[in-house]
Design a protein around this ligand. Sequence first.
Ligand code: PLP
Length: 425
Amino acid sequence: MANVFEDMAPEELDRTIVELERQADEVRARHLRLDMARGKPSPEQTALSKPMLDLIGSTTELVDGDGVVDNYGSPDGLPSARALAAEILGVDAENVLVNGSSSLSLMHALVTSGFTNGVAGNKPWYQQGKVKWLCPAPGYDRHFGITAHLGIENVPVPMGEEGPDMDMVQRLVESDPSVKGIWCVPKYSNPTGVVYSDRVVRRFAMLKPAAPDFRVYWDNAYVVHGFMDEEDPLLNIFDALEEAGTTDLVYEFGSTAKVTFPGSGIAFVTASPQDMAEIRKSFQVARVSPEKFSQFAHARYLKDLDGVRAHMRRHAAIVRPRFELVESKLSEGLGGLGVATWTHPRGGYFVSFEGPEGSARRIVKLMADLGVKLTSAGATWPYGRDPKDTNIRIAPTYPSLEELGAALDVFVVAVKLVSAKLVRE
Ligand code: PLP
């Protein structure tokens, strides 16, 4: 679609810019303080889980199957919490370890363990010279941060509508033994909202890595986070692995961060029996057993996958109108101008926005001047380097509908103004 600002005569473009500047000045004078930056549930959403806090008291019997809640023991997590996590991920509870409140911490612990102690009997990565990690982009900044922090070279791989560019993934993974891992968010990907197609999942399962210590970090953070009425199926990676006759390739992660309380949910990891044996050993060095009161409360409150789904429908009722508002504000304000595209997710926490080349940093800066905080431009790319400076991550869940509407109105003005000025320059 042609960019309308490019089609304007110079005088008309000047007039348009003057008018947009006037609108921006009007916004500035309102001294707004709005935030569309981080993917957090709204207070209304976290309130849904407060009844969980009433389920444990001083008279509660703190026993869970053969697990004891108020003492050391159950290093893999309480039986009920492992069963719940296994149902959420669709795997065998025997292969699940529930530990701590953050899946990101589990990922950090395992990348670090590969770095210091090695994976599957291979040399630790710190003794292997240069080590690389594939980073589908746009992607999740905190994933990229873990590997960058250890000095691992983050290599961007383009994200498409079905998942990462699998030709590129396969070529790099199968030809380069210094590639040790890839970050994946297979369902309602952060920030594009993409659900990996069956074809993509199968291609992951069929990978024949050049490095024996390569693993796919399958972060299924949004596995139960659809907000439409119909389910969006994701092929189970462990079923695909079995079909392909592949073992010891995938670590899968999940948490209830955005089911119950971010920062105070329960987090879990699963992998092949052999990989789990190594993962257990690594965690056993770090602590005697995990925190279990939260596991106990979560299993009692959510019960099973049906319980989780019922709970997530209540989240969906709150979240979906916010995503609908993003869609309607952006299509009314920017549709047909030929300057921007954005994703239309059916779950997860983000909308991924693409503006004209060279616009993202300027839009985010102008938005800050106008009182609306956005995720930093570039954050969705390794090292914060978006090669074309086009991508902006919109996080619509935290603000109220009213605040979100106001923030999106400002966003439309900022995108138009920056796009028009880019044409004039
Ligand atoms: N993984 C993804 C893809 C996320 O988007 C987030 C939070 O935004 C997390 C993990 C963090 O999860 P946790 O709180 O369990 O560490």
